[in-house]
Design a protein around this ligand. Structure first.
Ligand code: SF4
Length: 358
């Protein structure tokens, strides 16, 4: 990094700390110094907005308040607490990491970023967050928000990882050198906060930004040109039919197989179908017997990574339970299962449970 740029970042660090002290959002994980609670918040915040994470984080800590409790938790418990946040491999890796922390680290999260990265699911970003926020280590971190802020600050259309991490390191070391209380964690969080609330992808509010006077992108008059937009890949389209089949107050449900997407979560019987496939025939082939009174319930559109799903749901009846794969459960039991996000919406459409966790 050029010495002039380094000096500029070093000069900016104290103003970022001042800005954060005055403008940080009041989020519950900012009131704790418990490394476990901070770790859980950081993993939940990957790919999910803070407002959505708050109730999940509170529920999680009420149910599993310590690393030891997480290490001993059943898979269905952690899946149920996570249901709706997506990317379920994250929650399984959390429990694997908790078991290793109990086994190899006396139940305490390591404070050093390199040791943290030996644990499942903890990469450079999460290690930097835990080390700086919970342990006041001068550990840098870079995420999508910080990449955008740095790219705009220095007018980079295509920043490389090495450059971004070098900038993050200079910033956090400069904060550490101020000797202020919680300076490392606050500096890292100030950058994340600017990215989340001020330097947003489409409408940066430069007038409120503490980096404004030094920002190259702001001076160009078109900050959204930095970094250069990446062309989005085209989405695949898939049509899926799902069947909410009832027999004497019980519903047929299935658990997703191990190693599949959303493994271990629950769904109504469903299958992919060509555009003009006959619904009655598909239901008869999929279900233990041809259902009666097959009726359209709803159509839900949702996207998983690069695939756009059209999920068409039908209600119907069978005369006998106990046939075929899957379980027949009463409505009150359905609400206690960890569901995939799309099928939780079907539950709500059918009046069987709430759509959204609150
Ligand atoms: S001045 Fe504007 S473009 Fe530059 S970092 Fe701040 S919000 Fe982003």
């Amino acid at each position: 990094m050029q010495p002039a740029r380094r000096r500029q970042l070093q000069r900016l660090a104290p103003s970022l700390l001042d800005w954060y002290a005055a403008h940080a959002r009041d989020l519950p994980w900012r009131h704790t110094s418990d490394p476990y609670a901070i770790w859980i918040s950081e993993v939940m915040l990957q790919q999910t907005q803070a407002a959505t994470v708050i109730p999940y984080w509170k529920r999680w800590l009420a149910a599993l308040p310590t690393v030891h409790k997480l290490a001993r938790a059943r898979e269905q418990t952690i899946l149920r607490l996570w249901a709706g946040l997506g990317y379920y491999s994250r929650v399984r890796r959390l429990r694997q990491a908790a078991r290793l922390i109990v086994q190899d680290h006396n139940g305490r999260l390591p404070s050093d970023p390199d040791t943290l990265q030996t644990l499942p699911g903890i990469g450079p970003y999460t290690a930097g967050a835990i080390a700086s926020i919970a342990f006041e280590q001068p550990a840098p971190l870079v995420d999508g928000n910080i990449t955008r802020v740095f790219s705009r600050l220095h007018g980079l259309t295509q920043a490389n990882d090495q450059e971004l991490w070098a900038m993050a390191k200079v910033f956090v070391q400069a904060a550490h050198a101020t000797g202020r209380h919680n300076a490392c964690g606050d500096l890292n969080q100030s950058l994340m906060e600017i990215g989340a609330t001020v330097c947003t992808p489409r409408q940066p509010i430069c007038a409120l930004c503490p980096l404004r006077r030094s920002c190259v992108a702001h001076r160009t008059g078109d900050p959204t040109a930095f970094p250069a937009p990446v062309p989005r890949p085209r989405l695949r389209q898939r049509r899926v039919l799902a069947f909410l089949i009832q027999c004497r107050g019980r519903y047929l449900v299935e658990q997703r197989p191990a190693k599949s997407v959303n493994a271990g979560l629950w769904e109504f019987p469903n299958t992919e179908a060509p555009a003009h496939a006959n619904t009655d025939e598909i239901a008869a082939n999929l279900l233990p017997a041809p259902p009666q009174e097959l009726t359209p319930l709803t159509t839900i559109k949702h996207t998983i990574t690069r695939t756009r799903f059209q999920l068409e749901a039908f209600t119907g009846k069978l005369e006998r339970t106990g046939l075929g794969p899957g379980c027949w459960l009463a409505a009150r039991e359905l609400a206690r299962l960890p569901w995939t996000a799309a099928h939780r919406r079907l539950l709500a459409c059918a009046g069987l449970a709430a759509a959204k966790r609150t």
